[in-house]
Every structure is written in structure tokens, then in C-alpha cells.
Design a protein around this ligand. Structure first.
Ligand code: NAP
Length: 547
């Protein structure tokens, strides 16, 4: 009998899942299917993760919908109809809610619940998670599916609380929407979120001022209604297409693999190829023009310069065009944006671009914003300033063990993982699409499914062998981290100051976090590790716990 004076007994689970987004929901489905007691804890008041929170105008996926969707159920992928080439945020959220209902996932999701701490007890081989309302949950395994772009970041500007207008962050957008009609609006940030919202806000606002610190490359999305023949062609062959996508670096199928270096062809041929990719739309298509765009700077220069010339052609004021044309990083080494009328928006009379690299923002004032050059009067400010990416969500949870390991300390100099899936010293804690995983460099749902399947198989293996504990060896972890770095160093990615590097957060260690060796290579490697009896992991049975 639980002692009533100590509150209700902790809920007992086999697997506690942190997060009710695309990863958390699939984890419920997959693990519940093995007969495990599972429950996901979600901070939001609805399921959907990224797609629940990021409701800013123009929010849309930059991977085509027929690809950016779950593959685990052929019935699901056959029956769902995507209305456009690229899904809008409301459409994707509708899809996620449909999945939650169709597979009866909601009964194992606890909404409005943030996990504050997670403690592993070595004796019982069990995690105890504590929620923000003080509830305790015990589970043999813990799956961190908390997202990697889920900790919104507003820069620490002086004066923000004195601002008399309203301010917003793209990742915490009001559910009722925001009407900017007739307002003087400032948008800070020109990453994917800014690039998507700027053309829409420009149509509403009296005046829109965009404060740009670093110009980003953006390609035309060429979004359009879904063509019925294309949809039926794709669906007729869906499982094979998914398998083919798994054999590509980005886990996205349908693009013929390049065969030549950009330097093997004439300038005319190159430009004609880039032009045809530009017309086709989409980032993978463009980066797939040649084999070496992400590894050879000279090759990349040709693709970067083609895109810069496009910007010069689209933007009438050449001073503005030069500011918008990125020169500090090779194309594709920061997340390549996709847009609809982004550059053309700067030709509107009610839009101005302010370079806050040369004259940084100094403070938010009661009536707007002050840069080193001048004051701007604003009625509303939108922070499209990004996230504490990849490690933010996990660092916000106090993760520790009875042996004295503390995750924040373990990651002090940068995140350490084995395969991006587990952390040495933190047994039975799995991470989905975290640092060291290729997740953010791929069609994310493919990575989520691959990670969760791998985790489910590992748990199945432990149960089958009457084991109760798995953790990577410190050596396997450090070798993986070294490998992730070596692979990154063989590419052009480290040349960009991006959130891949933690460069957007002052004081964050500069470590290249995603695995950029390709989804295909990564998946093969994970499968081999499992086939070799979980090489690099220690699997044990804790004698004090009944199996
Ligand atoms: P982001 O790419 O990190 O961009 C943040 C922007 O804010 C950058 O332009 C950054 O400039 C600027 N910024 C940050 N702090 C600033 C400061 N103190 N002063 C001035 N400017 C500042 O964030 P995001 O646009 O939200 O996108 C994050 C990621 O989410 C994307 O890369 C993508 O993976 C994902 N996403 C995807 C989609 C999609 O599927 N279509 C849409 C949105 C987001 P610096 O570059 O100089 O730091």
C-alpha cells in the first residue's frame, strides 16, 4: 500500500517518453506494439511538437509532403492526401493529429506536462522522471524525443520588457494568430523561419523592417497544388520509394544521384544545370547538381555565385541585393532555405532591409529598437532568431544518475553520444535525432523512424536475453564523436557559423553536432552494430532486479 502522506505512488512504466511530437508519437506506437507500458510527456497542450509550436505566418515544411510523412503504415500513407507539394504547418499538424487518432496514441500522451528532471538509479536500473507538477514516473527505459529545434531563443537584448508594442518568437506563436495589418513591424532574423514569414508579413504590415545579421541562401520552393497523377504514381510505388530513399544521404528519394564534379564541365553546361534545378525548385535538387558541392570549395563557389546572381537579378536596388547575397558561407553549409517570393519582397515600397552586422542592435526601446546607427519606431517585433538547437531541450532537463553523472557536465565541452542514440554513463536513456545523429540533415521523419526502430529492437534484444541495462562504452562514444568530427571536417559544413555548430548561442561550445556522413551510411552502420550484438555497448543484467 502506498503511504498516503507521501502522495500518490509513482506511475510505473516500461518506457517513459519525453515529447509528444513526431518522434514521441511513433515511439508510443512502436513500443506499445511490443507489449510495453509506455507514456509520453508533452509540454504543449496538443501533440505535434515543432508543428504545434511553430505557427508563424508562412510556416511550411521544406521537404516535399509525399516524402515528409510517416512510412510505418502503408494504409496511412495511401489514405492521406496532401493538398500541396510542400505541407503547410496547419496541414502537417492536422496529419499528426490524424495519426494520433488513427493509431489510438492519445491515451498514452500526457499533455501540458514538462519533464524537469530524470534520475537513473543504478541499483534498480530505473529512471525516475519528475514533471513540473511534481508527479513522479518510474521507467526502466527513457526515450528523449524532445526535439532538436524546440528551445526557442530570444537574444538577451536590453530593454525588451519596456517595449510598449507586442513581440513574438516564431517558435512560440500565438494560437489565435497575429494580425499585422496597418502596423510597423520589425523582423529580426533571416533563417528559414524569417525567410518564410517575411513575404507574408510584408503583405499585411504598413511597413516591414527586416533586421539582417547574416544573409542566407534561399531557393525557390515552387510550391504548387499536388498533381493527382504525380500523387498516384508515387503512391503506386510507395514502399519501394521509401526503401530507395533510405539508400540516399538525405533519406529523400526521387532525385537522380549526381555523377560529375562541378569542375568537370564547362561554365555554360554548369549554368544550364543550375538553371534547370532553380526552375525545378527545392534544395536537394540543387545540391545534387554535382557530386562535390558540399566538399569542394571551388565547386561550391560556382553554385553559390549562380544563386548570388539570381538574387542580383530579382532585387531591383543593387545595394539591397548585395546585402542579401551571402558571401560568408558556401551554399548548403547552413540550412538552405526554400521560399516563395522572398527576394522579390524587398522590391516592395513598404519593406526595408537593415544590416545589423555593420550596426548591431543595441537595445529594444519602449517604441521600437535602437541599432548602433539609429532608432526604429515599431509597433510589433518578431524574433525569428532560432533555437538552442540539438542540445537545448536535453540541457533544460536535470539529467543525472545515482553514480553522480550529470548530463550538463558531461556535455560541458560539447555533446558526446554514441551513434547519436545513447550517452555513456547514462544507461537506458535513448535520444532521438540528437547530436551525433544525421537527423537534422535528413528527411526528419525517416530518421525518427529509423532511430525508434533501432531503439525498439535494442529493448527487444535486452528483454529476449533477460538483460535490463544498456549503455555505450566511453571508448565507443569518443570514437563516434571523433568520427562525426572527421566526417564534418571532410566537408565544407564547418565553414559556416550555423546552429549546427552551436554558433548562434553566445557561450555555447563550438562543436559540429550533426552526423553528415549520410543517412544511408549511418543506417548501415547502426544495423551492423546491432547485428554484432550491440558492439560498443555494454549490456548487463542488474542482479538485484527481477527480469
Ligand atoms: P536560424 O536558422 O537559427 O536563424 C536565426 C536568425 O536570427 C539568423 O538569421 C540569425 O543571424 C538571427 N539572429 C539570431 N540572433 C540575433 C541577434 N542577436 N541579432 C540579430 N540577428 C540575430 O532559426 P530559424 O530560422 O528559426 O530556423 C532554425 C531551423 O529550423 C532551420 O535551420 C530549419 O532546420 C528549421 N526550420 C525549418 C523550416 C522548414 O522546414 N521550412 C522552417 C523554419 C525552421 P546569424 O545567422 O547571424 O546568427
Amino acid at each position: 500500500m502506498p503511504d498516503a502522506s507521501h502522495g500518490p505512488a509513482p506511475r510505473q512504466l516500461d518506457v517513459a517518453i519525453v515529447g509528444g511530437g513526431l518522434a514521441g508519437l511513433y515511439a508510443i506506437h512502436r513500443l506499445r506494439g511490443m507489449g510495453l507500458r509506455v507514456r509520453a510527456y508533452e509540454a504543449g497542450s496538443g501533440v505535434g511538437g515543432t508543428w504545434f509550436w511553430n505557427r508563424y505566418p508562412g510556416a511550411r515544411c521544406d521537404v516535399e509532403s509525399l516524402e515528409y510523412s510517416y512510412s510505418f503504415s502503408d494504409e496511412l500513407q495511401q489514405e492521406w492526401k496532401w493538398p500541396e507539394r510542400y505541407g503547410t504547418q496547419p496541414e502537417i499538424l492536422k496529419y499528426i493529429n490524424h495519426v494520433a487518432d488513427r493509431f489510438d496514441l492519445r491515451r498514452d500522451v500526457q499533455l501540458d506536462t514538462r519533464i524537469k528532471s530524470a534520475l537513473f538509479d543504478s541499483k534498480s536500473s530505473e529512471w525516475t522522471l519528475k514533471t513540473d507538477s511534481g508527479e513522479e514516473v518510474r521507467a526502466r527505459y527513457c526515450v528523449m524525443a524532445a526535439g532538436n529545434l524546440s528551445t526557442p531563443r530570444v537574444p538577451d537584448f536590453k530593454g525588451i520588457h519596456d517595449f510598449k508594442g507586442k513581440w513574438y518568437h516564431t517558435g512560440l506563436w500565438p494560437h489565435e494568430g497575429v494580425d499585422f495589418t496597418g502596423l510597423r513591424v520589425g523582423v529580426i532574423g533571416t533563417g528559414s523561419s524569417g525567410v518564410q514569414m517575411i513575404p507574408i508579413i510584408a503583405q499585411q504590415a504598413r511597413h516591414l523592417t527586416v533586421f539582417q545579421r547574416t544573409a542566407n541562401f534561399s531557393l525557390p520552393a515552387r510550391n504548387a497544388p499536388m498533381e493527382p497523377e504525380r500523387e498516384s504514381r508515387h503512391k503506386a510505388d510507395y514502399p519501394a520509394r521509401r526503401r530507395a530513399a533510405y539508400d540516399t544521404p538525405f533519406a529523400i528519394g526521387g532525385y537522380p544521384r549526381p555523377t560529375k564534379s562541378a569542375l568537370q564541365v564547362s561554365a555554360e553546361e554548369r549554368n544550364a544545370s543550375y538553371e534547370s534545378k532553380w526552375q525545378e525548385g527545392g534544395s536537394i535538387s540543387y545540391l545534387y547538381t554535382y557530386t562535390d558541392l558540399l566538399v569542394n570549395k571551388d565547386s561550391n563557389d560556382t553554385a553559390s555565385e549562380f544563386a548570388r546572381n539570381k538574387i542580383r537579378g530579382m532585387v531591383k536596388d543593387q545595394k539591397v541585393a548585395e546585402l542579401l547575397a551571402p558571401k560568408d558561407h558556401p551554399i548548403g553549409t547552413k540550412r538552405l532555405c526554400l521560399d516563395t517570393n522572398y527576394y522579390e519582397t524587398y522590391n516592395r515600397p513598404n519593406v526595408s532591409l537593415v544590416d545589423v552586422r555593420s550596426a548591431p542592435i543595441q537595445e529594444i526601446t519602449a517604441t521600437g529598437l535602437r541599432t548602433a546607427a539609429r532608432d526604429f519606431e515599431l509597433d510589433a517585433i518578431v524574433f525569428a532568431t532560432g533555437f538552442d538547437a540539438m542540445t537545448g531541450a536535453l540541457r533544460e532537463i536535470d539529467v543525472r544518475t545515482s553514480e553522480g553523472a550529470v548530463l550538463r557536465d558531461h556535455w560541458e565541452g560539447g555533446p558526446l553520444t554514441y551513434l547519436g542514440l545513447m550517452v555513456s554513463g547514462f544507461p537506458n536513456m535513448f535520444v532521438v535525432t540528437g547530436p551525433g545523429s544525421p537527423g537534422v540533415k535528413t528527411q526528419m521523419i525517416a530518421s525518427i523512424e529509423q532511430h525508434v526502430d533501432w531503439i525498439a529492437d535494442a529493448i527487444g534484444h535486452l528483454r529476449q536475453h533477460k538483460l535490463d541495462r544498456i549503455e555505450p562504452t566511453p571508448q565507443a562514444e569518443s570514437e563516434w564523436v571523433e568520427h562525426v568530427n572527421q566526417v564534418a571536417d571532410s566537408t565544407l559544413y564547418p565553414l559556416a557559423n550555423s546552429w549546427y555548430m552551436g554558433a548562434n548561442i553566445p557561450g555555447k561550445p563550438r562543436v559540429f553536432m550533426p552526423y553528415v556522413g549520410g543517412f544511408d551510411r549511418y543506417k548501415r552502420h547502426c544495423d551492423e552494430v546491432a547485428a554484432k550484438g550491440y558492439e560498443g555497448f555494454t549490456l548487463t543484467r542488474n542482479a538485484t532486479v527481477p527480469a
